[in-house]
Design a protein around this ligand. Sequence first.
Ligand SMILES: NC(=O)c1ccc[n+]([C@@H]2O[C@H](COP(=O)([O-])OP(=O)(O)OC[C@H]3O[C@@H](n4cnc5c(N)ncnc54)[C@H](OP(=O)(O)O)[C@@H]3O)[C@@H](O)[C@H]2O)c1
Length: 383
Amino acid sequence: MNTCASQLAEHPLPPRLLPVRPAQTARRVLAVGLIGPGRVGSALLDQLRAAQPRLARDSGLDLKLCGVVASKRMWLDCDDAELNGRHGGAQIWRPNDLDAFAAHVRGNDGRHALLIDCSASDEVAAHYARWLADGIHVVTPNKLAGSGPLVRWQAIRAACAGGARFRYEATVCAGLPVVQTLRDLLDTGDELLAAEGMFSGTLAWLCNRHDGRQPFSALVREAHALGYTEPDPRDDLSGIDVARKLVILAREAGWPLSMEDVAVESLVPPALAALPLEACLERLDELDAPMAAKLAAARAEGGVLRHVAHLDRHGRASVRLAVLPATHAFAHTRLTDNVVQFSTRRYCDNPMLVQGPGAGPEVTAAGVFADLLRIAESLEARA
Ligand SMILES: NC(=O)c1ccc[n+]([C@@H]2O[C@H](COP(=O)([O-])OP(=O)(O)OC[C@H]3O[C@@H](n4cnc5c(N)ncnc54)[C@H](OP(=O)(O)O)[C@@H]3O)[C@@H](O)[C@H]2O)c1
């Protein structure tokens, strides 16, 4: 249990006397299917179950979880009366079939339907355009559609013309309101001049801790042991995941960028890049000399090292280890914090900052849930 959770357990908040919003007269039903019951998906299922009664009571929204699909299997509401009877209304499982799953959630009674993709699968992302064209809303923390082939991204956006909604807030900095903030700025007539950020909690932690007292490889090993890195730390150190987030933001701002357009400086020495994982972990100390040299150079300038993604007003994008002045906002982040800074025509002299934990199943799931609720708010009641 985290500190906040244990404090809440000891001193529970008083029950709310009034709903936050007045109950709506028209009830809305939203059929929901979850793809990927992994860490984020499981946390989301818990959050959905906990919120269902409150949403039904306070907002007139009935969330109907119709099925869950993992990489091999799917579980659907039992549509066989005889089986239902035998298993006391239990669900049945079948082999994974994404189209059949989507058809099941959509139903044939004209109801609102929404699919949540909590996988990291490109195969799933390849289905979005078809689902959206079929009127099924899609929300996801999966970065592969937003940063994948531009043609596919454009097809997904075009498929929304029929009214289905596609939201992906949690693809950038998990539960932090980054995509929505940028969308609001642009929708209200502001103009993005630059976006800059630290989009990797792992790299933020490594930069914060890299003060010369320990070799960089020892910090990578510690982060690996703490579960801060991906199973293969090169996935973090390569900067590719950060570049994906930058591409998503660039596209949100209207720049048709692809991964090839981002200048990515990898921290992985070329000699380690192609090794099997075990061999790479044994040779991690090859990171130490180049990282010590970068730290010394930063200190000589009176600056700090930070892993920064940058997008300028001309659509130029880069991901690199940068030397920042010690007074820079990014020099004072904590632990694994992510931070995004938007410089716009309105927020010019003093840019807008969004900062906080940018990973973790619970906060990511909450970002996905908030997307679902924004879509639900816009739904009309259907019989
Ligand atoms: N974890 C975080 O803090 C975080 C933060 C921001 C964004 N994200 C994003 O959130 C997504 C989920 O992350 P996670 O940490 O929850 O991953 P995870 O624990 O590895 O879970 C992935 C899930 O996807 C399922 N899956 C894989 N291929 C599938 C397919 N073809 N069809 C249906 N299901 C499939 C897996 O099924 P099996 O169980 O059968 O393998 C598993 O249930 C990823 O896109 C990740 O980048 C995560």
